[in-house]
Design a protein around this ligand. Structure first.
Ligand code: SF4
Ligand code: SF4
Ligand code: SF4
Ligand code: FES
Length: 618
């Protein structure tokens, strides 16, 4: 019997939280003649932010360790010989700080001008135009004449377009190293690093290889944190407009669960605003012929993946089949898939063979949907809107052509959709909400929570528990709260009791599950699995911090607070749904009855399952 008492979670307390709790000492200081008292260890920058005093930054990012290399955040400390970098200086008792003196303003102006002297400033043609942190600083500090020479012509810059997910343009790079810290600290990959010194310093890959030929997972977390146009998603906006304007084409669009709780941020709303109905109306006005939902295929994923898990458990635990690999890993996150292909290829058989919801949808769009709608599949253009840049890579994988065509033609990020809505001249605020089209537009709350870390596990438990015991998962209002939240690694043990006769082999089994988000945490779990110290049966892993709500294609900026607001919106979306368990999705039931037969059937395997490839670790 599953119960809150039996579902024991063990949470890893972060070192930072531990220090914060221990930290009792308060420090008093003045900033711009305003008194403030803050805990010891707080930086001058953070103290100023508490007073709502803005200090410009470039290399600093709330998710990353302090680099202190750009010096844009310098401030004057009374009694100090030189200006200090506010992001890298902890407060001390009696400090007297001034953030806007002539000396400070001149220093910032010279720093920005120096950066611009090596920068290919073609702002009007740049994808980051109006959204660039360097441009904003230039507007504030560096207009008019400069004392520095323009060195752009002297440099040989390269633009790497090899990745299907993003473009790396060295001529726009200010060497703040946010990308390098993101890739190593948050993602544990280090696909990029600083090469060379002085004027020749650049962000480079292993032996300066193209990004498509290194260990990069295409997660886009670096893109999300790059302050300039040096790292931007590879955009397919023009190709999608071309398809929309082509009268021969039927353009189908699907939207991922995490898009609806973040799109608003790029259209003037606060983080955490749910804009599902308005987004659907906007997609119709943009001109898509069918507006459908990835949540439909998220429900389908639960049916396929849940059945696969129960089958694996039977083989491994009852039949003693040594070839059946446990734990089973989820396979929804293409950044995670590429990570394991590069870093832990010996464990590829542990991955669920299920395609991600995006790709399940794509395979059905040009088969089942085409048949039901009497459309020629060669005339269907399948577009997905995703919170993720790795989905662009996933759509390009040669395995993803089960329909006989490229299952997904174009992947747009949440940010790209916001651009298209603006290009179409749509006033998003006044739009009336509307519903997705049918078929492949219906979904449940279980699918909605796919967007947050722990959501796939919760959706799977809601369905698997009910299938095995015939009873609803015994949590208040179906909310399995112990596996929610932003801890990097979450664990839970569930004792299964009271099984129906068909599932008696699971009677008394203590199902152990784990959840990780961000590849640095995925790596922690994989180390345990490799050492034989992971007692789990089922592990959910999402490549991005917070899960898909923190995906590399989501609106910029990102921070823990923003991700928390998006997660709250995801659970609110779930609670507003009439159906909240994947196996109750009526359109999924019809799909099995009319087309696929049953979960894990031969046809389901052909269309909805895949295989993986080992890749080099550099
Ligand atoms: S990166 Fe920023 S400053 Fe540079 S060209 Fe693009 S918008 Fe302008
Ligand atoms: S690519 Fe972007 S994030 Fe990386 S160092 Fe250059 S400007 Fe900074
Ligand atoms: S996309 Fe992800 S893996 Fe690739 S360089 Fe950026 S952060 Fe690293
Ligand atoms: S933001 Fe402080 S040194 Fe760069």
């Amino acid at each position: 019997m599953l119960s809150e008492q039996l579902l024991k979670t063990s949470r890893r307390r972060s070192f930072t939280n531990y220090l914060m709790k221990k930290r009792k000492l308060m420090v008093n200081l003045n900033i711009n003649d305003q008194f403030i008292s803050v805990p010891a260890g707080t930086t001058v920058l953070a103290a100023a932010q508490k007073l709502k005093i803005t200090i410009p930054t470039l290399c600093n990012h709330p998710d990353l360790c302090v680099a202190g290399n750009c010096r844009v955040c310098v401030v004057e400390q009374k009694g100090a010989r030189t200006l200090i970098a506010s992001c890298a200086t902890p407060v001390s008792e009696g400090m007297d700080i001034h953030t806007n003196t002539l000396k400070v303003r001149n220093a910032r102006k010279h720093i920005v001008e120096l950066l611009l002297s090596e920068h290919r400033s073609d702002c009007t043609k740049c994808y980051k135009n109006t959204k660039c942190e360097l441009q904003a600083l230039a507007n504030e500090f560096a207009f008019g004449d400069t004392i520095f020479l323009d060195l752009v012509e002297d440099h040989q810059y390269s633009i790497d377009r090899s990745s299907p997910s993003f473009i790396k343009d060295d001529s726009k790079c200010i060497r703040c190293q946010r990308c390098v810290r993101t890739c190593s600290e948050l993602q544990y990959i280090s696909a990029i690093a600083v090469a060379n010194k002085g004027a020749h310093q650049k962000i480079s890959s292993f032996h300066d290889r193209p990004m498509s030929h290194v260990v990069c997972t295409n997660c886009g977390q670096c893109v999300n944190r790059c302050p300039t146009g040096a790292l931007v998603e590879k955009t397919y906006i023009d190709q999608v407009w071309d398809a929309i304007y082509d009268p021969e084409k039927h353009v189908v669009v699907q939207t991922a669960p995490a898009v609806r709780v973040a799109l608003g941020e790029d259209l003037g709303y606060d983080p955490g605003e749910r804009v599902t109905g308005k987004m659907v109306s906007a997609l119709r006005q943009v001109g898509f012929d069918s507006v459908l939902d990835t949540d439909f295929s998220a429900d389908l994923t639960i049916m396929e993946e849940g059945t696969e898990l129960l089958t694996r458990l039977k083989k491994a635990l009852v039949e003693g089949d040594k070839k059946t690999r446990i734990p089973m890993f989820t396979s929804c996150s293409p950044g995670w898939i590429k990570f394991i292909e590069h870093k832990y290829p010996d464990f590829l058989p542990n991955l669920s063979t299920c395609k991600s919801p995006q790709q399940m949808f794509g395979a059905l769009a040009k088969t089942y949907f085409a048949k039901k709608r009497k459309l020629d599949p060669s005339k269907i253009v399948s577009v997905s809107v995703m919170p993720c840049t790795a989905k662009k890579f996933e759509a390009d994988r040669p395995e993803m052509r089960a329909s006989g065509y490229k299952d997904i033609d174009y992947v747009l990020t949440t940010r790209e959709l916001a651009v298209m809505i603006k290009q179409a001249g749509i006033d998003f605020r006044v739009l009336k909400p509307s519903n997705y089209d049918s078929i492949m537009g219906e979904s449940t709350g279980a699918a909605a929570i796919f967007g947050a870390t722990g959501g796939v596990m919760e959706a799977a438990l809601r369905t698997a528990y009910e299938i095995v015991t015939g009873r609803e998962v015994p949590f208040n209002n179906l909310n399995i709260t112990p596996i929610r939240g932003l801890e990097g690694v979450k664990e839970a043990t569930i004792k299964i009791e009271g099984c129906t006769p068909e599932w008696k082999f699971l009677e008394g089994v203590e199902l152990k599950v784990a959840i990780a988000h961000g590849l640095v945490n995925a790596n922690k779990i994989m180390k345990m699995v490799k050492q034989g110290k992971a007692p789990y049966h089922f592990i959910e892993i999402m490549a991005c911090p917070g899960g898909c709500i923190g995906g590399g294609g989501q609106p910029i900026p990102t921070s823990t607070e923003i991700r928390e607001n998006r997660i709250k919106a995801i659970y609110s979306e779930d609670e507003h749904m009439i159906l909240r368990k994947s196996h109750e999705n009526p359109e999924v039931m019809i799909l099995y009855k009319e087309f696929l037969d049953k979960p894990n059937s031969h046809k389901a395997h052909e269309l909805l399952h895949t295989h993986y490839v080992e890749r080099d670790d550099y």
